[in-house]
Design a binder for this molecule. Sequence first.
Ligand SMILES: O=P(O)(O)OC[C@H]1O[C@H](O[C@H]2O[C@H](CO)[C@@H](O)[C@H](O)[C@H]2O)[C@H](O)[C@@H](O)[C@@H]1O
Ligand code: UDP
Length: 766
Amino acid sequence: MPGNKYNGTPVTPRTRLERLLLNRELRKFNRFFNPSDELDDGLKEAELFANDSVLNKDENCGPFNEETFSEGVDGSERLHKQRLLVVANRLPVSAVRKGEDSWQLEMSVGGLVSALLGVKEFDARWIGWAGVNVPDEIGQKALTTALAEKRCIPVFLDEDIVHQYYNGYCNNMLWPLFHYLGLPQEDRLATTRSFQSQFDAYKKANQMFADVVNKHYKEGDVVWCHDYHLMFLPKCLKEYNSKMKVGWFLHTPFPSSEIHRMLPSRSELLRSVLAADLVGFHTYDYARHFVSACTRILGLEGTPEGVEDQGKLTRVAAFPIGIDSERFIRALELPQVQDHIKELKERFAGRKVMLGVDRLDMIKGIPQKILAFEEFLEENPEWRDKVVLLQIAVPTRTDVPEYQKLTSQVHEIVGRINGRFGTLTAVPIHHLDRSLDFHALCALYAVTDVALVTSLRDGMNLVSYEFVACQASKKGVLILSEFAGAAQSLGAGAILVNPWNISEVASSIGYALNMPADEREKRHNHNFRHVTTHTSQEWAATFVRCSLELNDTIVEAQLRTRQVLPLLPVNDAVERYTQSSNRLLILGFNATLTEPVHTLGRRGSQIREMEPRLHPQLKEPLKKLCKDQMTTVVVLSGSDRTILDENFGEYNMWLAAENGMFLRRTTGKWMTTMPENLNMDWVDSVKHVFEYFTERTPRSHFELRETSLLWNYKYADVEFGRLQARDMLQHLWTGPISNAAVDVVQGRRSVEVRAVGVTKVCAYQG
Ligand SMILES: O=P(O)(O)OC[C@H]1O[C@H](O[C@H]2O[C@H](CO)[C@@H](O)[C@H](O)[C@H]2O)[C@H](O)[C@@H](O)[C@@H]1O
Ligand SMILES: O=c1ccn([C@@H]2O[C@H](COP(=O)(O)OP(=O)(O)O)[C@@H](O)[C@H]2O)c(=O)[nH]1
């Protein structure tokens, strides 16, 4: 059974460090949050803290909320609501087996779950893994029934798949890579070796999700796939039904294409995601990285709307997530939360409270945070007994070795610092290896003076939003990593820090603790406004509405205005071809009969290798065509005579080089159709410009033809190539060709300068 988290119960056994920290104050603190702890000396206190992580009808929140998920007596409630299938690796509940056919469901709260809790606008069902291995049929049936009441549908993954797909490919490979941590340090080779079997398991698991979705799908449903666990899902779903409306949203960062290209499965993953109609990210930067990976790795066209592949447009946009802020604000009024608050205030009277709430994950920068706090204490001895750092570190993915290592590392650092700065009555850091229930968490947020979020990378980070939502009265300060997605939205109110710079974080702690009330208020108000207006409801509604609005007519119209050539109506063409006894076939060469361009291809940068070459698979069919007495084949190309000679010399056909300025039957000699007075005085100066840009644009080249010059950057970095092309055009217009009789044609990945009248249109007309 894979490591679990956020389920309200301690997951790891008591550690050496915790034993060391058993001074009086810590005991009290632990007891506060962990009523069932063996250290507890009375039940009374425990009773104060009803644990809402076990599903409870009275807890009016999330998927379990009557309004959102229950059918209603006659189902009428939901008649007008859009059906939505949310598909995520993890269900919002984890299941704990209580008997052969009985299950207890516990809320599995993570960022994704929290965000979707408040989504009430849709008739939603959630499809995912219940976090438990259920090998037997009785158990599976009983769990399916129990989950159905919560409008959840399970995908049963066996232990081996979970190990390879979830622990392996998802959490040991994609997760660190997407967060710029590279592949796991110690066993890079082993990781690389196990890649293929893990990737196979990943695809298999995604197919299993697709099977379940397909079983429950009804026409008109929107299927919303979540996260890096399910990058293969959009493709599987579209293979089932190309009309299915499929959205995919990534909760983590999408890294720079330079990172993504390290993945052996880089292209397959991108192509699978592109099968979706709409692809969403938390921030514009992540969306931009994704589009750029598609252009650089797949050689596709990035547009302001998304990514285009042969006339099919996948929309790509930023949809920053939010929280159900009202739920937090309302919770603060509850008597049990007020009691928590009161008790916490008493416990930490006379000390400023600093708070960290994170899964115990490498990306959260917990060691960096604690070291910064140590430096602050070191440099500010007057604060040592006046401030306390409460760090909630929720165990997560405990089966993955990197996470186990991190746990011991953090314990060691905390132990050292508490040993160094602790007194008989107080320790500076309270570190809890467990999750808190919702009410305890709200109380903690409310009493905090300074929240410290030091993620090394984080898709968004909802903890920072939740803290702000609970601070209406205290107006505490948020110190926030500039590498969290939240920095883009809460940056103006928070103190932004680089978590790798421990001294900067330490001095920010000092700044935050000493901040005057009016500055705190201003900063808080800014963030509070954002958090209360950009909610999870709005996030989900916008994404789903956007998926619904994507209709093919609009996309087609947009593509037409961008002059995307329509695809050949193959059936019609074949029919006419077979009916006719005298056929003329005029074929283009470049991008028609040539091998596809692999932007990151291995073709090297030798000019010779950049020359267009007939696709090997087309050689035989072309030969057959040319032998057919009833068919005349012409290759009409911008390329020069030598290139056409090299590629088509052996076929029986017509060649038209340089846009038709030269013509020959392959059995005969070249003739020219070139106008006599064609002015070519401009060539030298244009050549000079082309040379300049070729030298400065790696893997670009130019072709010097008799009637034109072509600068080609199809093998270069597309974005850089485009920038260079723009620059080049400016150069040309203001310089060498400003008065010349030339046409300048900007191609998809080229710039061509040719004498006026040298066009394929003229060739056709001639
Ligand atoms: O399901 P787990 O493996 O236990 O992990 C919990 C979740 O972690 C990640 O959360 C992300 O989503 C948050 C909401 O969008 C975002 O604020 C945060 O920055 C991300 O780290 C993961 O992406 C989820 O799929 C997991 O369920
Ligand atoms: O003891 C805890 C600690 C955290 N959380 C919740 O876990 C989520 C963490 O989300 P975040 O986006 O900050 O990071 P993630 O863990 O998803 O990477 C937040 O909604 C927290 O309220 C919780 O319910 N109990």
